[in-house]
Design a binder for this molecule. Sequence first.
Ligand code: NDP
Length: 326
Amino acid sequence: KFFYDSDADLSAIRNKKVTFVGYGNQGSAQALNLRDSGFENIVVGNIDDEYKPRAIADGFRTVSISEAVSEGEVIFLLIPDEDQQQVWKDQIRDHLLPNATLVVASGYAVAFDLLELPETLDVVMVAPRMIGAGVRDRYVAKEPYPCFVSVERNPSGKALQTAIDLACAIGATRGRGAVESSCLEEAGIDLFAEQALWPAINTCFLQAFQVLKGAGFSDEAILFDMYLSKEPSEVFERASNVGFFKQLKFHSKTSQFGQLRGTKNSDGTALKAQFEKVLHKDILSGDFARYWSNSLAGGATELEQLWKDVEEEPIQIAENNLGLQK
Ligand code: NDP
């Protein structure tokens, strides 16, 4: 289901008091778009960081997060996902107006119950599939961009209309419209790509490098052929335009034959089983979210260790020897 500009009515919502928690990539873009859509009561709650003077220079009133939250009828939570749980607990939860609407731009914290949500709070997701600069530039250029919209809690009975109106106000219901989704769907697909799809691709590159190096080929030749030439980015660019396999038509017949035959002969059973495990056992069960929250609370030392481990990989050493930017 899609939502369009014609489904929105900004006349009433424009007068609401809107709070932005965070003025980074998304916060700055969405606050500016909202203001240009006629919202006049916008306050930014931000820590005292490099973004605060930016919010002030852009003409927004800027106060502490808890102060901003205590004023907000609509609250955009636009700080990084990994900080939301703690900031919610310490600076937001106890300062909310009883009938406020919470707006998230990513499903993660809501899908995995990281925020204690008061029963009277409406919760919606308006999640641009686009970096903040793109959200702003396209709004200004009157161009559409993709966005997911969902209603997660609806005690007022009006949350869907609020979500559509806010999506329209940030320019996300133009053209093909905003897509109905859910926090679990948005976060589930996102985490699956991060924890299953990309690790499989990363492993392919690690192993491919070692096999080719083992055959006596030079680091430079392997790395240039595999990705420094930018061929993979061109392949994905074409795949997004014409389709995943149809982009093969841009390759030589030998490449087409090799790729289609190689794909057909590859046994994906073990990979599929691994993907199922990651999706159901780790992600959808909430295990990953709990594990990562605990790790963050303990200083994220495991992430540091993982970075150290990857530095030891032959492909990483080869890149360092080639003098790639660190
Ligand atoms: P940013 O990294 O740009 O940070 C946003 C703001 O949060 C900054 O002002 C930042 O300040 C502040 N912040 C960070 N940590 C804390 C903290 N502990 N306490 C208080 N404030 C803090 O975030 P994004 O705009 O990238 O992401 C915001 C939301 O939008 C997330 O839910 C994300 O998933 C979603 N989203 C992001 C997209 C993107 O392209 N970036 C696309 C679509 C959705 P400082 O950095 O100085 O600490």
